[in-house]
Design a protein around this ligand. Structure first.
Ligand code: FES
Length: 274
């Protein structure tokens, strides 16, 4: 069993509130929400951001660096650019103090102690609440624009065959293949497989006869995505450099918001999500 270490007095952490504590040389973010305490590694799994400095809303903590959100009850990553959980720790309240045992919560690496300890201080209904709250983030309606783009575009020889349609006009499918050249600079996965492309529309150019105007509806993994300007520029370049294209218009669409379930299996493989 992990050893519980007293890290703070109960009165030190407001409700809701958070506190950075040290447990056996490791920095841990302690959270107090609706009478319960929770503890996570103070490390965002995207790029090491300090979670305790982020905004706490309900049971979600947002990384202050690029906006990834985590469930403080489980350590689960709820939004990009983080895709892996951060480690959660067991917490108990005893003798007016908050006690933490490292590496024994649900987001920790599975091990012999993982199931033994309760990761909450006291809150009998929290696990069910966590599941209910997580559900909307992973639900994709079949008729949303993103669902329509979730189907992986064909590659290789098939892509070549669909590159042009009637009279040399590129097909929407061909444009999606071109867009696979654009990769998220932080995740190194192309924007099509990430599910960022919500729509592609082609129409004859009014300015250059015989060429096409392309409109692309695209989203970002988070509203504050720092890679946004680069992704837009790369998208315009990947499509606009083609002989048959006169102009490219990119519209950023945040509704419906991007969620990890929009990724293709290829993207999941690349990110090591199973
Ligand atoms: S370091 Fe946390 S979202 Fe990038």
């Amino acid at each position: 069993m992990p050893e519980f270490i007293r890290v703070a007095d109960v009165s030190e952490v407001s409700d809701p509130g958070k506190l950075l504590v040290e447990v056996e040389g490791e920095v841990v973010a302690l959270f107090h929400v609706e009478g319960c305490f929770y503890a996570l590694d103070d490390v965002c799994t995207h790029d090491g951001g300090p979670l305790v400095d982020g905004e706490l809303v309900g049971y979600k903590i947002a990384c202050p660096r690029h906006g990834a959100k985590f469930d403080i009850r489980t350590g689960a990553a709820l939004s990009m650019p983080a895709v892996r959980p951060t480690r959660a720790h067991a917490v108990k309240v005893d003798a007016g103090g908050v006690w933490v045992a490292l590496g024994s919560g649900p987001g920790s690496t599975p091990g012999p102690n993982n199931q033994a300890a309760d990761f909450r201080s006291y809150a009998p209904t929290n696990t069910a609440a966590a599941a209910a709250e997580a559900a909307p983030a992973s639900t994709a309606s079949a008729d949303t624009p993103a669902a329509a783009t979730a189907t992986p575009a064909p590659g290789g020889a098939t892509a070549t065959a669909t590159a042009t349609g009637v009279d040399g006009v590129p097909s929407e499918e061909a444009v999606r293949e071109w867009l696979k050249e654009v990769k998220d600079p932080e995740l190194f996965v192309n924007i099509v497989d990430l599910g960022l492309i919500y729509g592609v529309a082609l129409s004859p150019s009014a300015d250059i006869p015989g060429k096409q105007h392309v409109s692309i509806d695209m989203t970002m993994t988070s509203p504050a995505c720092p890679a946004g300007p680069q992704l837009i520029a790369d998208t315009k370049r990947a499509v606009g450099s083609r002989e048959s294209i006169a102009a490219v218009e990119v519209r950023i669409v945040m509704d419906p918001p991007w969620t990890p379930d929009r990724m293709t299996d290829d993207a999941r493989d690349q990110l090591g999500i199973f």
